[in-house]
Design a protein around this ligand. Structure first.
Ligand code: NI
Length: 263
């Protein structure tokens, strides 16, 4: 079995402080790869250093919509940083009307710039959306995000939003939230998303899956997300592992056999 965590933050202090422990649990749980996702340009060098140190860790470049007062990336800057062979995606980017309030035109402009960069460099987008689904989908359409493709990460929206994203060629990624007992609506969405368009992730160090809810999360625990998807879809964990790993490999152009990025 081969599992991939399509979204984690290994550079955040809780995980960065014990990377060897994190790698050990990945090996134990057959999580062979992980994508370490950038949230600011200031922290991008740390993300890249981890991806350079470990052959099975990939990186993205982007500035998360929750971060105000950080360097604002131009498309040209993002494209330039995305040239590194371990950088397989642009993001995470998107809109968040839950955590950030006020006039959020800057957030929408930042999102547009990430989509423009992804189109220019031909790398897929990692999209975060919270209480902003309508504007997120509108901007994706206006900027031609379907030309870059990508993933709706840590998906918590409705089936209708999932369908709009699927129509644009995007993948849908489920996190530990899908294992939570009260996440009934999300479990229904996870029953419907075509398996060949599904990814799994931890979003660690946050959102540890059941039975570790509330504890520190890490990539090795993506196994529990796969197990819940398997249960919901009446498949084996092996089948879910195989299809989501194939999807990861296809979307991010990562050759899973020799652990090298195909660029
Ligand atoms: Ni994230």
């Amino acid at each position: 079995m081969m599992l991939v965590d399509s979204h984690c933050h290994l550079d955040f202090p809780d995980l960065a402080g014990d990377l060897e422990g994190v790698m050990a649990l990945m090996r134990e749980n057959q999580v062979t790869h992980a994508l370490c996702v950038s949230v600011t340009l200031e922290d991008f060098p740390k993300v890249l250093a981890i991806a350079e140190q470990y052959p099975h860790i990939f990186a993205s470049v982007g500035v998360h919509p929750d971060y105000e007062g950080v360097s604002e990336p131009t498309p040209a800057t993002l494209v330039q940083l995305a040239q590194h062979p371990k950088v397989v995606a642009v993001g995470e980017t998107g809109l968040d009307y839950y955590r950030v309030k006020g006039d959020l035109e800057w957030q929408r402009e930042r999102f547009r710039n990430h989509i423009r960069a992804a189109r220019l460099c031909g790398k897929p987008l990692i999209i975060h959306t919270r209480e902003a689904a309508q504007d997120t989908m509108r901007i994706m359409r206006e900027e031609g995000a379907d030309n870059a493709g990508g993933v709706m990460h840590c998906f918590t929206e409705t089936w209708e939003v999932a369908q709009l994203a699927l129509d644009l060629g995007f993948y849908i990624s489920f996190s530990g939230i899908v294992t939570f007992k009260n996440a009934l609506a999300l479990k229904e969405v996870a029953k419907k998303v075509p398996l060949e368009r599904m990814l799994i992730e931890t979003d660690s160090p946050y959102l540890a899956p059941a039975p570790f809810r509330g504890k520190m999360n890490q990539p090795g625990l993506v196994k529990y997300v796969a197990a819940e998807i398997a249960r919901l879809r009446n498949r084996s964990v092996d089948q879910i592992a195989e299809v989501t790993t194939d999807n990861f490999s296809r979307l991010f152009k990562v050759n899973k056999d020799n652990l090298n990025a195909i660029t």
